[in-house]
Design a protein around this ligand. Structure first.
Ligand code: 5GP
Length: 188
């Protein structure tokens, strides 16, 4: 697994420090409020698990899964919900946790869908942001790291469902990308 890595972008220590900072910011912004955290499967799993342990505000969490059609390293923009949240978010303060915002189409669709359910407030928190790839206007409310247009894996992020368990965020060697171009990809 580690042999497939070309370059480590963020180490475990760097990720943990940034997650702590995001947690402090969120604690400040939501002081005295209760939160519903909505994690986007599967990519945001590790990030959400670590981030919510830094949040002191009372919270409940739920999970949502979306899927997009297209090649596995690019987003086609066709998004559908394949597992919805179970909770009602009406009049609740909602924070969506996503692994990465690339073209922005997935997050935009998710935010629009959740906004239609009339939450008291709705914000997004992403671990990684690739602003140069944006196809739609959307800026996450909280963002861990900005990265160039590189396809990254680890800390929840996959390539063909693999590498999610890497504790670091990394770029793979080119030869490692030459497997498993599935037609429908479960995000994120
Ligand atoms: P968007 O709709 O913003 O283009 O794409 C968001 C989704 O595409 C992410 O949730 C993630 O599943 C996938 N994605 C985009 N860039 C990367 C990347 O560099 N690595 C991985 N593993 N997934 C990515």
């Amino acid at each position: 697994m580690m042999k497939d890595i070309a370059k480590v972008l963020f180490t475990e220590e760097t990720i943990a420090a940034r997650v702590k900072e995001l947690g402090s910011q969120i604690n400040k912004d939501y002081e005295g409020k209760e939160l519903i955290v909505v994690g986007v499967l599967k990519g945001a799993l590790m990030f959400m698990a670590d981030l919510i342990r830094e949040i002191k505000t009372p919270l409940r969490f739920d999970l949502i899964a979306v899927s997009s059609y297209g090649a596995s390293t690019s987003s086609s923009g066709i998004v559908r919900i394949i597992k919805d949240i179970d909770m009602s978010i009406e009049n609740e303060h909602v924070l969506v946790i996503e692994d990465i915002v690339d073209t922005g189409l997935t997050l935009k669709y998710l935010m629009k869908t959740l906004a239609s359910r009339q939450p008291a407030s709705l914000k997004s928190c992403v671990l990684l942001d690739k602003p140069s790839r944006r196809k739609t206007e959307i800026t996450p409310d909280y963002s861990g790291f900005s990265i160039p247009d590189w396809f990254v894996v680890g800390y929840g992020l996959d390539f063909a469902q693999r590498y999610r368990q890497l504790p670091v965020i990394a770029v793979l060697k080119p030869e490692a990308y030459n497997i498993g171009n599935s037609q429908e990809k479960e995000e994120s």
